[in-house]
Design a protein around this ligand. Structure first.
Ligand code: ZN
Length: 116
């Protein structure tokens, strides 16, 4: 017979493994922590949400267009890596609105400079 713990070959009917000291006959039930499939938290794409809100806010205040674009790109990348997180639409909205707001902001800035 072989020791179930260490695999050492030992005499039939031995009560203890001479190698590792494992007691024979005792239930060798290993408590397996089977947490797989339970309590998996779906990661939320917070970056995409940030992009969305910053994008909308950038229409009022142009300065948030830059972080909207950054978080939008990062959120889009996150959505690709974690399809369960979703948020790709929010990220795109952030990028598009952020992009438009940035162009408007730059346009207004250039005009104001030209008009000095
Ligand atoms: Zn053993």
């Amino acid at each position: 017979m072989f020791c179930p713990k260490c695999g050492n070959q030992m005499d039939e009917g031995s009560k203890f493994c001479p190698k590792c000291g494992n007691q024979m006959g005792s239930a060798q039930t290993v408590a397996v922590d089977d947490s797989s499939g339970l309590g998996i938290l779906i990661p939320r794409n917070t970056l995409a949400l940030w992009a969305y809100y910053l994008g909308i806010f950038s229409l009022l205040c142009g300065i948030t267009a830059i972080p909207a674009l950054i978080t939008g790109i990062l959120g889009l990348r996150y959505a690709k890596q974690h399809p369960e997180a979703r948020g790709a639409i929010h990220a795109w909205v952030g990028i598009i609105i952020g992009g438009i707001a940035l162009l408007l902001f730059l346009f207004i800035l250039i005009i104001s400079i030209l008009h000095g």
